[in-house]
Design a protein. Sequence first.
Length: 150
Amino acid sequence: MKRIIVIALLSLSLFSCKETPCDVTEDINNLKDRRTIAQGLVDNLIILKDSKEAEIAVLDEKLKLLHIYDSGKTPQYILKIRLKQSHMLDVGKMIKDAMNAIDFELPVDKNFYNQVEVGTSIVDNFRMGSFILEGSFGNWDMTVRGKEIR
């Protein structure tokens, strides 16, 4: 008797929860919609985070300037520059160019400092003399690698 009741209850529970393919498709579509909404929220949060980080960087720079002025000094605007040659069509020279790149700091005026961003190419000139005399295709590349106020 107990077996019959257990079998009846199991059968009832198995057959009463039958889900149709339409139900499954609807659930999948609902999950896709939720995922799309969640991804949109994540994208908005990333944009907001980047915006707030930029605001914080500006405030940090202003605070640094205030400390410099409070100490009685005049701020120095320093660009960290990378200078390298850049050869085309020769992998060996390209590797050598990367190894021979030099980094240096250059004091600049406030206006120029504010005009350039990290990654800005200051000079990207074709090396005509090397092309004429040696047949070498290459450029001088001078790029801003960092900015600092002291």
